[in-house]
Design a protein around this ligand. Sequence first.
Ligand code: AAE
Length: 697
Amino acid sequence: MSEGLLYRPKNPDASAVSRFRADINSSYGLSLNTYHDLWLWSTSNYSQFWSHVWDFCNIIGEKGTHVVDDSVNISENPPWFTGARLNWAENMLHCRSSEKIALIQATEPTPLNPTPELKRYTYAQLYELVSHLVSSLLANGLQPGDRVASYSSNCIETVALCLATTAIGAIWVAAAADFGPAGVLERFEQVQPKFIFAVDAVVYNAKIQQHLPKLSTLLTGLAAKSVNPAKVVVIHAIPHPEDRSAWDEDWISWEAFLQEGEARKLGRDSSGEILWHRASFNWPLWILFSSGSTGRPKAIVHRAGGMLLQSKKEFVICADLISDDIFFYYTTTGWMMYNFLVSGLSVGCTLVLYDGSPLRDPALLWKLTDDLKISIFGTSAKYIEQLSKSYKPRLQHNLSSLRHIYSTGSPLSAELFRYVYEHIHPDILLGSITGGTDICSLFAGMCSALPVYAGEIQCRMLGLAVESYSEAGKLTAPDEPGELVCLKPFPCMPAGFWPLPGFGTDAEVAAARAKYHQAYFAEIDGVWFHGDHIVITRSRDGNGGGVVMLGRSDGVLNPGGIRFGSSELYDVIDSAFSENGERGKILDCLAVGQTIGGGSDERVILFVKLPDNEELSPEMIQQIKAEVRNRRSARHVPAQIIQVRDIPYTLNGKKVEVLVKKIINGASLSIVNPSTLLNPECLQFYSDIGTELRKSS
Ligand SMILES: CC(=O)CC(=O)O
């Protein structure tokens, strides 16, 4: 067995990606023999590749003849399929079956409701719901290009709204219900929504949390900035007694909004078909926001055709999803994995929406997997890490329906890969996947024809010319760390930052364009610089290398000129000191560089969180240092190891390395945007300790 091999597909030749390769070979008279051959061809002949993806995946719409001008550099963000006309929602709702379940909504139990009913919608019911919403949105004046915002939970209504909005050619904007109103305000005020939809309550940690007071605060903030949505609609999404004490008389209920749509019957032709707004491939579909932990979140606009073609490629070709799949992703509506999940409708499979805490009862999601026969289970590396500390799903649950498990959000360590195979399922495809909000899809990820090696993402995704560059802007050798770059244009590059041309003043559009360029192309001229530190591994069996994520580039540690990613330290802690490890006890950690020598060098500070009432002893510090030295090198050993009460996280569960780095290097806490963080209060400690560290360095 090759080193680190954890899984090998049984019949790779029967996979969708192999069928696609055969199709390419016969269409273009080629003899591409391996996945890597196909990837190389797809990135060198990207115009032919994306054209073929359109046909292979049966995109609904008019394709036209143009694909992309392949003489244009990626930094110019060329337009794609300029002759095409399509509608994203139409492609999501091509299945009209009155038997096939499109959506299942599950909610975390509460003491008052220990077995909440599952809500199910067939594709036919979902279509009907969307058509009533389309009618009501039109009746209330929604036009293509207007923004519709949701401040809601992961419920059926939110999916239907996303579909109805985009059916009309309006632009979808979502903030998760767990975001604070201040954070939502600085997102929504940028895009000035015409409609706001919000739930009245959510469940988290077995408690009902009233949401209307947050909605009121948001609306007051928007009004103060002269943003006044034409309609605010409130959804009663979860089974609990309704509390209208914070209700504003200008709001309307979901039921009333739907009734208006049903009565008006707008937006359908005489056969009952929704009048889909088929627009250009490059038409804006939705706006996602960067996490913005130190400033205003960037409003990233994704194009309808790009999102459609890319997700079809990911699901149909790379992941081999089929309509029989039951697809679950643990996500809020404010994370791009929500958009990823909803795009699964285009496959005609069943999506499982879950709202609530994933870990209060670690059995919950695995019981759901057995009850609903979930075949594709998506989550974050953080969830797997937390779960691994106390739970072995395989001992308690059958889990035989599982085919794939996906993990993202942060690097998944080799140790956690092993945990998944040992304690969840020995024979599934574990797809560690990466991309992010900026492309609302994947640069590297799953492939049903390839093996899985511990700690490695299986492959670079087809059509994405991902490489690893040195600081000097040169290709790194296999197995050498570098920066994730993309060299060629791809259709799911954002259309731009808000406002796009036609949606703002010339000055606003020019500023947004400059910001876009700055975000992706300023670091290395002419290539997309993604800001992830990675290794592309040596090719095995002619399949090309996998990808190892080492952490965010701006969190790269650089003591004495030796550059390495923080995950190299996290992996050591994970395997040697987590509760499953030989020495136990470290619950979480964070590594950042502190500048020394007047800025000429840096030293590594490792913050560790221990269980309450436990103290970091000098012996343990020595053990940590010894493990790091043995498993990495003397250069990796942290200069200081400091106990903290808490590690800061963004609302989407990412460690906040860059902000902590700035703070311990002297930045004031005023740079923090607290509304983007789960636990901003813990940063005061880092600020205080930073002062001490700077005195002692
Ligand atoms: C696919 C991803 O990369 C998701 C994320 O980390 O935000």
